[in-house]
Design a protein around this ligand. Structure first.
Ligand code: KIV
Length: 279
């Protein structure tokens, strides 16, 4: 059983933390065959699983549903589940109640939330309630309307300073790790060196303490345009398309199902049925 100590151990040893998103049982079964460290049930499931344009409509119930499915396939891995938009902003009480539901009902080990100073009292309330918190700074997708789109953050003095200070603040109140998304590599490197807790990068260069990617982006299941920071490690999508075309072909030309896919009945029984029903 992996536990939260893996994050500090890897920060100290310098071994990179590997994290991928996952939202369903079948994909999680594939990941169970690997040495992946951490699963993120990200609210990117809004885009990837639900076909939404952004993550805003995702609910706590969605996060619980998908985390449970992943947990069923991966009983021992460390799972971090995102808190969706506006589920950790209204009050400390509501934040703890929502995160508590995720932890109690889904089997997640920890929650992740986006933001720094503006939500820090709610982060403190979570930590006081013994709910492990992973932070998320930089190009935080739930804020795309405030940013005016999905734009790299921290390219000017004020936003870079804000990201640094938010990272320090999250560490100070007890976050166990921070995702840095869509920021310049040098800024991510500096923050990763400053912090005692690990950083996990996505579009933040090569010097964070770990990396995370969206499963469907990394393995070619997303047929849309990929962001610059994604490397496609496999082309499972094209494999599936080829397989579906072969299926259609084989069904049409009657080469599927073949002998080996077909069940048998005894000749005697069949003759009896035939004599009763077929003249
Ligand atoms: O929701 C998500 O998948 C994320 C990662 C991209 C970091 O937050």
């Amino acid at each position: 059983m992996e536990d939260i100590t893996l994050f500090q151990k890897k920060k100290l040893s310098g071994e990179k933390i590997t994290m991928l998103t996952c939202y369903d049982y079948s994909s999680a079964k594939l990941l169970a065959e690997t040495d992946l460290d951490v699963i993120l049930v990200g609210d990117s499931l809004g885009n990837v699983m639900q076909g939404q344009k952004n993550t805003i409509p995702v609910t706590i119930d969605d996060m619980i549903y998908h985390t449970k499915a992943v947990r069923n396939a991966l009983p021992d891995i460390f799972i971090v589940t995102d808190m969706p938009f506006l589920s950790y902003h209204v009050s400390k009480e509501e934040t703890v109640k929502n995160a508590g539901r995720i932890i109690k009902e889904s089997g997640a080990n920890a929650i992740k939330l986006e933001g720094g100073i503006e939500i820090i009292d709610n982060v403190k309330a979570l930590i006081a309630a013994k709910i492990p918190v992973m932070g998320h700074l930089g190009l935080t997708p739930q804020s795309f309307q405030v940013f005016g789109g999905f734009k790299v953050q921290g390219k000017d003095y004020n936003t870079a300073k804000r990201i640094i200070e938010d990272a320090l603040l999250l560490q100070e109140v007890g976050a166990f790790a921070i995702v840095l998304e869509g920021i310049p590599e040098k800024l991510a490197t500096m923050i990763s060196k400053m912090l005692k807790i690990p950083t996990i990068g996505i579009g933040a260069g090569n010097n964070t303490d770990g990396q995370v990617l969206v499963f469907q982006d990394a393995f070619g299941i997303n047929m849309g345009k990929l962001p610059r920071f994604v490397k496609q490690f496999a082309n499972a999508g094209q494999e599936i398309i080829n397989g579906v075309n072969s299926y259609i072909n084989d069904v049409k030309n009657k080469s599927f199902p073949a002998e080996e896919h077909t069940y048998k009945i005894s000749e005697d029984l069949f003759e009896k049925l035939e004599s009763e029903y077929i003249k």
